[in-house]
Ligand binder design. Structure first.
Ligand code: 5GP
Ligand code: ZN
Length: 120
């Protein structure tokens, strides 16, 4: 599995070849605001390694995926989500065509802020 796909828009965002509004970065993870937000707070968390979707995850990715999950609540608060339990946020990860995935670099949507953006 290649760690970088030169045709991938999210790999280009990580490399700075496409501008983005950065939320966070470290050696394994990059996070940036979604260009077309569905919620008052809406950012994407991605592994730096190019993985098309969760379907390609293996045991070697447990650390980075766990780190995304444990980091998300902190970043959500920093980006303006209100605290749990009155506030909170939603995490979505679309996989494959039937999962509604459009960009094929694994990404976790973090969405929050005052309702009524959220239904269901
Ligand atoms: P998916 O349907 O694949 O889960 O969602 C892809 C998300 O990436 C969409 O919410 C879309 O707005 C966002 N997106 C697509 N292209 C860009 C881009 O060039 N920059 C940023 N910041 N977000 C993007
Ligand atoms: Zn990529």
């Amino acid at each position: 599995m290649s760690t970088h796909d030169p045709n991938c828009i999210f790999c280009k965002i990580i490399a700075g070849q496409i501008p983005s509004r950065k939320v966070y970065e470290d050696e394994d993870i990059f996070a940036f605001h979604d260009i077309n937000p569905w919620a008052p707070v809406h950012f994407l968390m991605i592994p730096r390694v190019h993985l098309p979707s969760m379907a390609q995850l293996g045991p070697e990715h447990e650390r980075v995926m766990g780190r995304i999950m444990t980091l998300a609540p902190r970043l959500a608060l920093e980006q303006g989500c209100n605290p749990y339990p009155e506030g909170g946020f939603r995490i979505v990860c679309n996989n494959g065509a039937e999962g509604g995935q459009e960009v094929h670099h694994l990404h976790v949507h973090v969405m929050g802020g005052p309702r009524p953006w959220l239904r269901g």
